[in-house]
Write a protein that binds this ligand. Sequence first.
Ligand SMILES: [Ca+2]
Ligand SMILES: [Ca+2]
Length: 199
Amino acid sequence: MAINLTKGQRVDLKKSSGAALTNFCVGVNWGGIESRGFFGLTKSVEDVDLSALLFNTEGETCDYIYSHLYKPEILARFGLPPGKLEAAGGALKHTGDDMEGDSGGDDGLYNEIITVDLAAVPQSVGQIFSFLNNCGDQDFSKIPYAKIRMFEGTPTHVREVFASYNVAAERQDENCRALVMGRFYRKGGGWNFAAIGDA
Ligand SMILES: [Ca+2]
Ligand SMILES: [Ca+2]
């Protein structure tokens, strides 16, 4: 049975067998943030991206995953390096940028996925945050739904869902362009996950 996480809940990454969950996918399924222009006649969808930030044990950023499609010259204006789809020496891999999110309702499929092998994450990495971000003008109070799932299997075949977390958009998310889904952190020689859900 998959664990249904609520905001703020923390969970040991241990399977029902007692074995550590180290190899899994983090998939996020979301509805496109739609905006209407020209008296409501035209519709555009903001691109949302699943990204990750890695912190060392001193709490400093040490690696990242975000879309390789962002324009490097714009990132440079904010002092950010070009996007990439792998981190921690390949222990985390992103399957690629979905440009739209679901339109016309929940299709039940993950829009973007990061595969994780926690056993291969260097000891110097202490925490990993996964979050959704958008580069447009829309904010996360308008996202219809965002559902994160940790599952075993491959990006195209879900073998078993370990935990699920549905993030509800809140009024306070207005003007926020990132939605922190959760945090993986080391504890007692293993890894834990904390559901965050804050914009
Ligand atoms: Ca995207
Ligand atoms: Ca979807």
